[in-house]
Design a protein around this ligand. Structure first.
Ligand SMILES: CCCCCCCCCCCCCC(=O)SCCNC(=O)CCNC(=O)[C@H](O)C(C)(C)COP(=O)(O)OP(=O)(O)OC[C@H]1O[C@@H](n2cnc3c(N)ncnc32)[C@H](O)[C@@H]1OP(=O)(O)O
Length: 166
């Protein structure tokens, strides 16, 4: 399991300014959404796009629900993780408090989708965010909104899991 203080240090480094278009670093190596070392993960690669973030992403057979169709939870995972990249631009850690997804059309295994996310508002500790997932032909496949709540980095180090709390 990850060394928590080292992980926290890398996380703080991720809040540096990222130039427009730059690929953004994974949240951590084993992150389900974007970690390169998670064998079950999506390995999402996101980039800054103006004041928001964007990604191109293809789901694979590990993420199937109905035959040929991406599991709705997998779609939600990728969208939730994309929101996580917005935090680098906002400059503070935050966690998902509420996530909604409207599934407008089936997402298909193997097709490459375009995702975008942006911050739509901020009120105290709450960040309001929105995302879209668009098919290669331009059709809107899913839209989402979420409420993130800002937390201190200590939030990630007190879960009662010995290997994390050490
Ligand atoms: C080393 C570190 C590396 C780690 C990297 C990780 C990267 C992660 C990458 C990303 C991965 C992907 C991301 C992930 O997977 S994040 C993981 C999934 N999410 C979580 O685990 C979060 C679990 N929840 C909590 O820990 C607590 O509930 C938190 C800390 C969030 C808040 O608990 P707390 O007890 O403090 O607050 P509260 O519950 O009273 O509410 C707070 C505020 O929110 C308002 N509110 C609530 N609902 C709604 C709503 N629907 N519409 C509008 N507003 C709403 C509410 O009224 C209140 O407002 P206000 O009264 O303050 O004004």
């Amino acid at each position: 399991m990850a060394d928590m203080p080292a992980l926290l240090a890398t996380w703080e480094q991720k809040f540096r300014p990222h130039p427009d278009g730059a690929e953004l670093p994974a949240h951590h190596d084993h992150c389900l959404g974007c970690g390169p070392d998670n064998p079950h993960g999506h390995r999402l690669q996101a980039r800054r796009q103006g004041d928001g973030v964007a990604a191109s992403h293809a789901f694979d057979e590990r993420h199937v629900g109905a035959p040929g169709i991406v599991h709705g939870g997998a779609v939600a995972t990728v969208i939730d993780d994309l929101y996580g990249f917005l935090l680098y631009l906002v400059g503070t850690p935050a966690v998902t408090r509420q996530l909604t997804v409207d599934y407008l059309a089936p997402a298909l295994i193997g097709a490459t989708y375009h995702l975008e996310a942006s911050v739509t508002g901020r009120e105290g500790r709450k960040l309001f965010v929105a995302a879209t997932l668009t098919a290669p032909d331009g059709r809107s496949v899913a839209t989402s909104t979420a409420v993130f709540v800002t937390v201190g980095v200590d939030h990630f180090g007190r879960r009662g899991v010995p290997s994390l709390d050490a």
